[in-house]
Design a protein around this ligand. Sequence first.
Ligand code: GLN
Length: 269
Amino acid sequence: MTGREICRRFKSAGIENYRFEAEILAEELSGRSYSDETDYAGIEPAVKKREEGYPLQYIIGKWWFWDCEFIVNENCLIPRADTEILVDTTIKLLPKGAYFADLCTGSGCIAISVLRTRKDTKADAYELYKDTLKIASENAELNNVSDRISFFCGNVLDRCVPNRKVYDAIVSNPPYIRSDVLPTLDKTVGFEPKAALDGGADGLMFYRAILDNFTGNLKEDGFFAFEIGYDQAEQLKYLSEHRNMRCEIKKDLCGNDRVAVVRFEQKFV
Ligand code: GLN
């Protein structure tokens, strides 16, 4: 199948960035550069999978985020460009030599990207699923940060971090989509783990649990940094204020609310 044919197939399947996806698929699966005329023998099954909505990232088994490459498969959420706002915010706010936690680490993309840029820091990453933790730890190796990160299996909805651990920051991109919204999402998202997306009836289940369970693991002048949905800023402010904490919101490149930074109130008075 030629490059041009892959593009045509993707276009008629309604894939928005059909040329970009065709180029990546052809190049990654063949190891050759893309051209309209090149014949990519044997690519048909992958093209068909993508036409059926299966994510390109899972087909090629990797994706790019921040300045890193990450292994991805069906056991983890695909890293999104929006999440780079959380990474950027964390990198700017962490004090020198910081020790931070990443809850619901998934592919590990947040903690690993922060560690890559901030070579003075170290991290603990928590994740409920063993198969997912395996990907995160492979990603730490791939990006040469294994010596500064430890991985733990635990449920964020319980108190999975021991009392003695105290961090400069606790960051997370937890599942935050309302359960009733999940079935309305794009077909491709349906191939990603539901557990990584489903934030419960009001989408706030994980923020509530993290703010309730982990404040004792945060230094007094430390901060929580969360990725949030574009319509969750007011709710995050409400949750924070009810716990005597203060919440600041940062926007993404499209101007949507995307990150909440939550700190203890006394820092500001
Ligand atoms: N922290 C991971 C990411 O940002 C996974 C998030 C999740 O599973 N909700 O990709």
